[in-house]
Design a protein around this ligand. Structure first.
Ligand code: KE4
Length: 429
């Protein structure tokens, strides 16, 4: 068994100083038990903890590290950017270059605003949608996560498509009263919400391929239905592509499925590992953003040169021919290998995979929405996770997250992963 003495020491100190000892809840391993390992460094597809244990990493910092850790080109541009000065709070040419790359790649984005997180991106996109339509209500889907802005921390009340109730302490009911909810993959539920609130809904916000209830695939025609239903109702369609943006294709899920929203939220990959979020879309809508229009949104470090430099080199590398075909092949190969390993261990597992993102559900059927995803056996996932961690494979510490393959993963990494999985599926029985 690997030693975690140093991790334990550091985590003990961390808990004295920071709530849960972490700066984001999921990192505390509470969904899988045990204590988190403290990471010292990463390179390529691998990370090492402070006790020197080596892990094949499938968290990728929750998605951003699609090139792998410490990619030489990213390190180089960051060193140069740091030498020129980390931030000026003024326009730099780097912002123009990253904006050009994003607008060229993402079908819906004619103009873009950079912020510092996915939360800021979705919060700002909703404010913009409300201003553009003059309407107050928004519709989101159970199990989809769009960051921690008050109005988006809502869960379904009683019944199905109802007013949202706060999903966190400290959020007044009035802040989620304008948030409507429906199950994902249920067109009738969406129609019922629009019928119940004619002329009131500013926007529908959706993860086009939800990854925050584990990876759940949109059923054929569902995204097209949301596009047509919002157009009919005079509401905007917002794709939260913080995870799927530049992950599923250079143009994200909207390119992959051929459904173009009015606004798109981005994050993670476009920062190359540094804090960046963005929202963008139709030029006539984006024209409402200050200082051009009346919708206020601002940020001290928005568009900072370090993050822009990392994002630019990342998107340039992703723009090379064959990158996404390679990621698709690798993702499918790993998913097939994991399915085979689960079958060999007679473990009832469903593996949902699209491109380089996937989730191992301890369930007999692939979930289609949050209610079915929640029926997965999270306790078995926790046992699987722990066995994989002890064998040097670092998976998301929650059943309701996504695993990511990067351009840095090698066949040897997959072979080692599948060896570990055969043992871990048996341990999780
Ligand atoms: P951030 O504010 O964490 O940068 O982005 C929020 C966000 C928005 N939209 C989607 C689809 C997201 O997945 C996220 C954040 N993702 C989580 C993991 N699923 C971040 C990990 C964490 O919370 O620590």
């Amino acid at each position: 068994m690997p030693s975690h003495d140093r991790s334990r020491q550091i985590f003990e100190q961390a808990q004295q100083l920071m709530p849960g000892g972490v700066n984001s809840p999921v990192r505390a391993f509470r969904a899988v038990g045990g204590e988190p390992v403290v990471i010292a460094r990463g390179r390529g597809a691998h990370i090492w903890d402070v006790d020197g244990n080596d892990y094949i990493d499938y968290v990728a910092s929750w998605g951003p590290l699609i090139l792998g850790h410490a990619h030489p080109s990213v390190v180089q541009v960051l060193q140069k950017a740091a030498e020129r000065g980390a931030s000026f709070g003024a326009l730099t040419e780097l912002e123009v270059e990253l904006a050009r790359l994003v607008c060229a790649a993402v079908p819906s984005i004619e103009r873009v605003r950079f912020v510092n997180s996915g939360t800021e991106a979705t919060m700002s996109a909703l404010r913009l949608a409300r201003a553009f339509t003059g309407r107050d209500k928004v519709l989101k889907f159970e199990g989809c996560y769009h960051g921690h802005a008050d109005g988006l921390l809502a869960k379904a009340g009683s019944g199905v498509a109802t007013f949202g109730l706060p999903d966190s302490a400290g959020v007044p009911a009035s802040y989620t009263a304008e948030t409507l909810l429906a199950p994902f993959n249920d067109p009738d539920a969406v129609s019922r919400v629009f019928d119940a609130h004619p002329g009131e809904i500013a926007a529908v916000i959706v993860e086009p391929v939800p990854a925050n209830m584990g990876v759940v695939l949109p059923e054929p025609g569902y995204l097209r239905f949301l596009r047509e239903a919002t157009e009919r109702a005079g509401a905007l369609l917002i794709f939260d592509e913080v995870i799927t943006g530049f992950r599923l294709a250079l143009g994200g899920a909207q390119m992959y499925y051929g459904v173009v929203p009015d606004l798109t939220c981005l994050g993670k990959i476009i920062g190359g590992g540094l804090p960046v979020g963005a929202y963008g879309g139709r030029a006539d809508i984006m024209a409402l953003i200050a200082p051009e229009g009346p919708v206020y949104q601002a940020g001290t470090l928005s568009g900072n040169p370090m993050a822009m430099a990392a994002g630019i080199i990342t998107l340039r590398i992703l723009s090379n021919d064959g990158v996404y075909r390679g990621l698709d092949v690798m993702g499918a190969a790993l998913a097939d290998g994991l399915r085979e390993a689960a079958r060999a261990a007679e473990s009832p597992v469903t593996l949902t995979q699209l491109g380089s993102m996937m989730t191992v559900f301890f369930a007999s059927d692939p979930p289609r929405d949050y209610a079915s995803a929640k029926r997965a056996d999270a306790a078995r996932y926790a046992r699987f996770f722990t066995s994989m961690l002890d064998q040097g494979v670092y998976l998301p510490p929650s059943q309701f997250e996504a695993m990511f393959v990067s351009l840095a993963h090698l066949r040897a990494d997959f072979d080692r992963t599948l060896d570990a999985a055969r043992t871990a599926f048996a341990a999780a029985r």
